[in-house]
Design a protein around this ligand. Structure first.
Ligand code: ATP
Ligand code: MG
Length: 429
């Protein structure tokens, strides 16, 4: 029979790999909580209009990449391509704005985009994202960027470049968009088809086009930084001052505009040379207009999202060490069915007290069981046979030192094991 394979652009995360995932997820949660963020979990699918309204009709994500389908009730639903839209919806739907400001949320979520699959570009990928509602202060932007920066530090990721820019507010951006449209209109013939349609609807999107010819034209386009209004200019200056004050290095890059429509003022990206073509591992910025655009009261907000697959690719390339997997602490080998029953009972008692214990679940012979204990790295073994059942006592062997000790099977087995294993730990220091 033909084996069914995993879908293009999706991948299985096998145990060896999922350990790494757990490690980075733990660090992310820890760092998020440390910065005052609390977890939010929103559904994987939402009303399609949510993403059309928030991410923006003219973005690549909405135009080309969404997993949209009709459910059996005839509703159009979409698998979340990013996390901000759902967080904003929940923020409004549950009145989180009534809580003390700022409201700080984080999430770990799968995302779905119909993309041309390649290394670092998947159709199902995962994001760690944070959103902060209710602060217009430039120091909030700096704090958010510093948070991402220290997260990478805690993960021992090196050589990331932080690029920042300001894309202004609707007022100054209107001026800029006019200048930009004029510039591109003069070079319209050389733009790709998508960009020609963007020219009318949202010329800033052209700056983000990955077509080489468009990118070349975009390189000579006017810079938004030259068009910022006083308020936006001052905001950007203070973000930079904030970053300087905590020693977070950055590069001002006026070509960074981000791929989603909702950004205002500060935008930033962390890029790595260890990612090949897909160089951005984390992107974010301010989106002061989004909450209002989604039907809420005007609420300044900002956030970032970090791609976990890309992060792990960098960590792999940089050979960041991960701790060894937890190994079985005690393996019970048995000779005969009655002894297996006893092994099962003792393993359950140990597990109840929090010890990783194992017994033979396959019915193989003693030699094969001992070989298995070696393969799973069991720290101690106990062999149970008729004699042990009769006397109610057995020998426990430290697999590293070869040393054996007597252990009572009937009285407080877990307590005795705890003492033996603590003593062994102390000796090995
Ligand atoms: P790109 O320019 O690479 O397409 P993007 O601007 O579309 O990225 P965002 O929407 O800002 O990306 O998403 C934030 C992060 O999520 C990215 O920096 C990246 O790490 C990750 N990411 C985005 N799309 C993918 C994908 N298709 N596969 C894997 N990771 C992704
Ligand atoms: Mg993209």
């Amino acid at each position: 029979m033909e084996l069914i394979k995993v879908q293009r652009g999706t991948q299985d995360i096998l145990p060896e790999q999922s350990r790494r995932w757990q490690t980075v997820e733990d660090v992310m949660r820890g760092e998020a909580e440390l910065n005052g963020f609390r977890e939010i979990r929103t559904p994987v699918f939402e009303d399609t209009r949510l993403f059309q309204r928030s991410v923006g009709e003219t973005t690549d994500v909405v135009q080309k990449e969404m997993y949209t389908f009709e459910d059996k009730g005839g509703r159009s639903v979409t698998l979340k391509p990013e996390g901000t839209a759902g967080a904003v919806r929940a923020f409004l739907e549950h009145g989180l704005y009534n809580g003390p400001a700022p409201v700080k949320l984080y999430y770990l979520t799968p995302c779905y985009r119909y993309e041309h699959a390649q290394a670092g570009r998947l159709r199902e990928f995962h994001q760690f994202g944070v959103e902060m509602f209710g602060s217009a202060m430039p120091l909030a932007d700096a704090a958010l960027i510093a948070f991402a920066h220290s997260l990478f530090g805690r993960l021992y990721v090196k050589n990331l470049k932080l690029k920042i820019n300001s894309i202004g507010c609707p007022v100054c951006r209107a001026e800029y968009t006019k200048a930009l449209a004029a510039y591109f209109a003069e070079r319209k013939d050389r733009l790709c088809e998508t960009c020609r349609s963007r020219l009318e609807r949202n010329p800033m999107r052209i700056l983000d086009c990955k077509n080489p010819e468009c990118a070349e034209i975009a390189a000579g386009a006017p810079h938004i930084l030259d068009y910022l209004c006083d308020g936006c200019r001052e905001h950007f200056e203070q973000v930079k001052t904030g970053l300087d004050s905590v020693g977070v290095g950055y590069e001002v890059d006026p070509t960074i505009v981000r791929g989603l429509d909702y950004y205002t003022r500060t935008v930033f990206e962390f890029v790595s040379d260890d990612l090949g073509a897909q160089s951005t591992v984390c992107g974010g910025g301010r989106y002061d207009g989004l909450v209002e655009q989604m039907g809420g009261r005007p609420t300044p907000a900002l956030g970032f999202a970090l791609g976990i697959e890309r992060l792990l690719m960098i960590m792999e390339a940089q050979k960041v060490g991960f701790s060894e997997p937890a190994a079985c602490e005690l393996y019970f080998a048995n000779i005969g069915d009655a002894a297996r029953q006893e092994a099962f009972r003792l393993a359950c008692a140990l597990r109840e007290s929090g010890v990783e214990a194992a017994f033979d679940e396959t019915g193989r012979g003693l030699n094969a069981q001992m070989k298995y204990a070696g393969k799973i790295g069991a720290q101690f073994t106990v062999v149970l046979g008729d004699d042990e059942l009769k006397t109610g006592a057995a020998k426990i062997k430290n697999m590293k030192t070869g040393e054996t000790k007597k252990i009572d099977l009937k009285n407080d087995f877990a307590g005795q094991f705890a003492a033996i294993s603590t003593e062994a730990d102390d000796l090995s220091f």
